[in-house]
Design a protein around this ligand. Structure first.
Ligand code: 3HC
Length: 327
């Protein structure tokens, strides 16, 4: 005869199976998984990992562009750039909030970022050397982000998918401002044209790396696609991005720095040269041109903002006490 504990275990196993079947059915039917729904631990963990990486990228990504706010060439350009950098902070907030719905607080995630236990996008470890880099980031980096992120609006996890809708709308504005900025430079003086071309030369390959390692080396893609967190593989999205950029580069009057780039009629897409995966791995290991600078500046900003967080919680506490006294 089964002991009470064994009977409980069996009941739990039956429940577990039923929950798992309901989860699988919801994913198969393209329904959204919501925070209070049962989900496998590994699904939760992979979402936290990806959303955290994404949120960290948004806030670290503020640094290379903020570098140019004081040197923007006109008031109009300065206002646009400030709005864009603020948007990135907002994206970070939506994403940290999405991670909170999975039971992981912002403090914990920021601590992991500051101690190098979580990643942010490789792209933000490159320096912004000239004003044209602001245009190249908008056109290429935000363009790559949109290509990667529009499918995330259909992610199986509700809060992440909904956050992505607004983020993608704002990223489209960012992409267009970058394109418009580069177009102005490209059609400007020969020096301005050269500056735009130099920026595209430096940002092109790192932008292709943003999509992650090749499919056969991507540790998480297969499972994330089965769970419908990711809808397309890294290579698929990278190819889509190249196809989008080629005609845009032509309209800009700029050249993409890849002698092997050519249209393949049979495949119905562009072929492109080999990506330097050694460089990518090095940047991920912390050895990119700006890794140390980015994380040092991030930690410093966090420490300097301690008084703001304290004041905000004191204010919230006071508000709660007043509310409780009134009730
Ligand atoms: N930079 C840094 N790390 C990267 C990376 C990159 N470009 N590409 C992959 N990695 C990391 C992964 O995070 C993973 O690390 P982990 O195991 O420690 O978590 C590892 O390399 C293996 O890669 P996988 O392909 O197996 O990982 P994923 O399935 O998570 O795919 C991804 C990688 C495509 C980047 C995916 O995480 C994703 O779509 N993330 C959401 C979008 C995002 O993070 N975008 C950041 C871009 S910048 C941005 O959005 C800011 C905007 O303002 C421009």
């Amino acid at each position: 005869m089964a002991t009470a504990a064994q009977a409980y275990d069996r009941e739990d196993a039956v429940d577990q199976d039923a929950y798992e079947r309901a989860f699988d059915a919801a994913v198969a039917a393209d329904e959204r998984i919501e925070p209070r729904d049962w989900m496998p631990d590994a699904y939760r963990a992979t979402l936290v990992r990806q959303i955290a990486q994404h949120a960290h990228s948004e806030i670290i990504g503020m640094q290379p562009e903020a570098n140019w706010i004081t040197r923007a060439p006109s008031l109009r350009r300065k206002a646009i750039l400030m709005a864009k950098v603020q948007d990135e902070a907002g994206h970070g907030l939506y994403l940290y909030s999405a991670a909170e719905t999975l039971g992981t607080g912002r403090d914990e995630l920021l601590d992991k970022l500051h101690t190098g236990r979580q990643k942010y996008s490789s792209i933000f470890n490159y320096p912004t050397l000239t004003w044209a880099d602001v245009g190249a980031i908008g056109w290429l980096v935000d363009g790559a982000a949109i290509t990667n992120q529009v499918p995330l609006c259909r992610c199986s996890y509700g809060p992440y998918a909904r956050a992505m809708v607004r983020i993608c709308k704002e990223e489209s504005f960012h992409q267009r401002q970058g394109y418009e900025l580069l177009l102005a430079l490209s059609k400007g003086t020969p020096e301005q044209h050269a500056m735009a071309q130099d920026a595209v030369d430096r940002w092109w390959w790192p932008s292709l790396m943003m999509f992650g390692p090749p499919d056969d080396e991507s540790a998480h893609s297969a499972q994330s696609m089965a769970w419908k967190i990711k809808r397309h593989s890294n290579d698929e999205l990278r190819r889509r991005f190249v196809d989008i950029c080629v005609p845009q580069a032509e309209s800009l009057g700029l050249t993409l720095p890849d002698p092997d780039l050519k249209w393949n009629e049979e495949l119905g897409r562009h072929e492109f040269g080999e990506i330097d995966w050694t460089e990518f791995k090095n940047v991920l290991k912390g050895n990119g041109p700006c890794n140390e600078q980015r994380i040092t500046q991030r930690r410093q900003a966090h420490d300097e903002g301690a008084w703001v967080r304290e004041a905000a919680s004191a204010y919230a506490g006071k508000h709660t006490e007043t509310g409780a006294a009134r009730a």
